[in-house]
Design a protein around this ligand. Structure first.
Ligand SMILES: NC(=O)c1ccc[n+]([C@@H]2O[C@H](COP(=O)([O-])OP(=O)(O)OC[C@H]3O[C@@H](n4cnc5c(N)ncnc54)[C@H](OP(=O)(O)O)[C@@H]3O)[C@@H](O)[C@H]2O)c1
Length: 315
């Protein structure tokens, strides 16, 4: 794949919205880059919960502007293999990564160089020292972690409680908070303790009695909280006296608490994170990688919601 003699391209898509059993691998003509577009030969696509959430039924898909036949997956990395008219700043052979809403798991993806993840796609140069599997995990989870931390602004002297700390967004949030100088306490199941410690977090199990366990770990108090799973860590933080303005959540609406959204991340956030990876200051655990033929198994693993780090599809 990826050279000019190739005429067809594999694309993972839905002919009917639903669970992973509805995902099909289809052969389509290789798409051609139009004006303002680059074509990326995708080599890796990272999975996120939003991928299967958005496409779980027609009504939800419509809210995200998706219609049938619909592609799958948003985070990608690969190599530019065609450049449309009027594009400057990208050339064939450039390594790129970014997001293209619900169409990333395909051999070829068209990206509007002036677009956004939700509209036309977004591309960034992949720095040397960042492999494609890792680059394919950065756009959604990295931006979401950055947006969440921008709400609570952790720094030296802070003790931050992060709920769901070992998941896709958690691995970025924990490390970014540590790089900002904060102490991090991260929730996970008992089996996640080692993975959380490896990221720089002090592990605490989620579930009933969370506030008491956190108090025991940090008798001096918690000063900020980021809930990446639901509302339990946010509620525990409130019980521990953290003011609402230093609590945020990405997966639940909580009265009085400002939510965070990846789309609100600072424009340079994802490139800064890629730079930290390239510099060896931040690492992305890849929980599992699957060939595209095993897309359904990959989505089932991700949807189980107990992965440590990211799940990546190889193309
Ligand atoms: N607002 C936005 O812009 C935005 C962007 C991205 C994601 N999200 C949402 O944020 C959430 C997290 O995304 P993600 O990519 O990090 O998901 P993920 O990778 O699927 O998260 C998996 C993690 O969740 C943990 N977990 C499972 N049950 C838990 C519980 N009861 N309490 C605390 N943690 C628990 C697991 O820990 P154990 O294995 O130890 O159980 C696992 O490490 C999802 O709901 C996603 O849809 C929102």
């Amino acid at each position: 794949m990826g050279n000019s003699t190739v005429t067809t391209s594999r694309v993972v898509r839905f002919e009917s919205f639903g669970g992973p059993e509805e995902l099909q691998i289809c052969e389509v003509p290789v798409p051609q880059a139009g004006p303002g577009q680059i074509r990326v030969r995708v080599t890796a696509a990272g999975l996120n919960p939003m991928d299967w959430f958005m496409t779980s039924d027609a009504e939800t898909a419509a809210r995200f502007g998706l219609s049938l036949p619909c592609g799958f997956g948003t985070d990608y990395a690969g190599v530019v293999d065609q450049v449309g008219a009027g594009v400057s700043g990208f050339a064939a052979g450039d390594r790129v990564f970014g997001g293209a809403l619900s169409r990333a798991v395909a051999d070829h993806v068209l990206v509007d160089v002036a677009g956004t993840i939700a509209a036309g796609g977004e591309a960034h140069r992949t720095p040397d020292g960042v492999d494609d599997r890792t680059a394919a995990t950065l756009a959604i989870a990295g931006c979401t972690a950055a947006a969440a931390l921008a709400v609570v602004e952790p720094g030296p002297g802070d003790t931050v409680l992060i709920g769901g700390a070992g998941g896709g967004v958690g691995v970025f949030a924990v490390q970014l908070a540590r790089l900002a100088g904060a102490r991090v306490i991260g929730t996970g199941s008992a089996t996640s303790a080692g993975a959380l410690r490896a990221l720089g977090a002090e592990p605490v199990t989620y579930g009933d009695g969370l506030a008491g366990r956190v108090r025991a770990l940090a008798p001096g108090g918690v000063t900020a909280a980021v809930d990446l799973h639901g509302a339990d860590a946010a509620q525990a933080a409130r019980e521990l006296g953290v003011p609402d303005e230093r609590i945020t959540a990405i997966a639940a609406r909580i009265d009085g608490i400002r939510p965070a959204n990846g789309a609100d991340a600072a424009p340079q956030a994802v490139e800064e994170i890629a730079g930290l990876v390239a510099a060896g200051r931040l690492r992305v655990p890849i929980a599992a990688s699957f060939p595209v033929e095993q897309i359904r198994a990959a989505v089932e693993l991700q949807a189980g919601r107990h992965v440590h780090g990211k799940v990546v599809i190889d193309l």
